[in-house]
Every structure is written in C-alpha cells, then in structure tokens.
Design a protein around this ligand. Structure first.
Ligand code: 3PG
Length: 242
C-alpha cells in the first residue's frame, strides 16, 4: 500500500500548487498529440485540486530537448489539449521560471490553471540544480508529485524542489504505485506482463523482475526489436543503440 502523504492528507484549500505531471506524450511531425492517455490520467488530481479552490501551476518535461530552441518539444499543444479536456481555460506560460512565470503565478485566482513550458529547456532541470528548483518552488505554496513515469529521475522538479516546499503525492501517483505493488506482491494468476515502448536500457531491470514473477512476459513496441536482433531475426534496429 502507498505509504506517502497525498493531497488528501494535507489542507490544500485555496493554496497555490505546483503540480509535477508527466506530459511526455507522443507527438507527430506536425506537433499533433498522437496519444493523450497521460493527459487524461492526470485529470483526477487536477479536478481534486480545483474542487479545493487551488491555484494550479502545472509543470512537466516533454522529450529530451537539446535546448530552449528545440520548439518541437514545446508543451503548447499539451496546454491546448488540457484546456479541451478540462473544459476551462489553461494559460500557457512560455518559460517555467523567471519573470513571466512569477507574474502568472501571482495573478492566478482560485480554480485557475497555468501550464509551464518544458522544464528540460533548462539544463539545470536534469542537473537537479538547487537554485533552479528554488525558482520553481517560489511559484507555489505546495508541491504535488503526480508524474509516475518520472519519479525515478533525480531532477530539479522531482527531487530538489521538495527541499523548498511541503510536498505530497497526487492521486495518479498513488494509484500507479498501488497497482504495481499489488502486481509485484500478490498477483492474480496467470500473470502476463506486457512490456512495450522504447528505452530498453531503463526497463531491463523491470524485465528481470517480471521474468521471476510473471507466468509469461510479452514484449512489444520498439523494445521487441532488440530481442529480434539478439535472436538474429532482424539485422539492425535503432533500438539496439539505446
Ligand atoms: C517516460 O516517458 O518514460 C518518462 O516521461 C521519463 O522520460 P525520460 O526517460 O526522458 O526521463
């Protein structure tokens, strides 16, 4: 069971909340979102906080940008989609720190939502930089971590920021951790682990765990190519480089 404090355990009413989401969603070459599942899954925590009259500042990374001018990794399309899903205005802030972000944060009213530009446009994010984290923290009274896909990273918006703000988990993070914990500790049988996506280097340890726990492991997506390559079924794959 989830052992950390969540948004339900503290008084968030009327507070300015910095919500760390994982909006690392796939985009096509025109910048259109091809799968908005992660955005939809973030709605339960957002709705909970809005019901508590919070002033909401959402931050996320998207992709692995080479710098601030890597505009194909802008979170602008995510702000648009979030607005549609929430059926309320979402102010897009073109930088995650600095004067503009501070102004927006200071002027937000209860029930209003702002989405900050890609955290990784600042190299300090991935360096877990304390000064950068302090700037992010200055935008809010409370930090809520709801980006399950990114909590294993020690970055400024996942680690250092918690040194400057009271920090709790969101409802999605709680749900994801509970789900995976149940599967690891007390799985229903037969258990089939379906593992896909890319980044095999990040997932190899999980694969070893599931080889022990599951009755069957099914591998799909780009990761499957690595296995096909190892089996000699295909000769080359970009996935073999990751
Ligand atoms: C993911 O999609 O796996 C998470 O958003 C983390 O992204 P990262 O591997 O680029 O840190």
């Amino acid at each position: 069971m989830f052992t950390k404090k969540t948004v339900r355990d503290i008084d968030v009413r009327g507070k300015r909340v910095l919500l760390r989401a994982d909006y690392n969603v796939p985009l096509d070459s025109k910048g259109t979102i091809t799968d908005d599942y992660r955005i939809k899954k973030s709605l339960s925590t957002i709705q909970y906080l809005l019901d508590q009259d919070c002033k909401l500042i959402i931050c996320s990374h998207l992709g692995r940008p080479s710098g601030p001018n890597d505009t194909k990794n802008s979170l602008f399309p995510i702000a648009k989609r979030l607005k549609e899903l929430l059926n309320r205005d979402v102010e897009f802030v073109p930088d995650c720190v600095g004067e503009r972000a501070e102004k927006v944060s200071a002027s937000l009213q209860p029930g209003q939502v702002a989405l900050l530009e890609n955290l990784r446009f600042h190299p300090e994010e991935e360096r877990d930089d304390e000064a950068f984290a302090k700037q992010l923290a200055s935008l809010a009274d409370i930090f809520v971590q709801d980006g399950f896909g990114v909590v294993h990273r020690a970055h400024a918006s996942t680690d250092a920021v918690t040194h400057y703000l009271p920090s709790v988990a969101g409802l999605l993070l709680e749900n994801e951790v509970d789900t995976i914990t149940n599967v690891m500790i007390n799985p229903g049988r037969p258990l089939v682990a379906v593992i896909g996506g890319s980044k095999i280097a990040d997932k190899i340890d999980i694969l070893y765990r599931f080889i022990d726990i599951a009755d069957m492991v099914a591998i799909g997506g780009a990761m499957a190519n690595t296995f096909l390559l190892a089996e000699g079924i295909i000769r080359t794959t970009w996935a073999s480089k990751v």
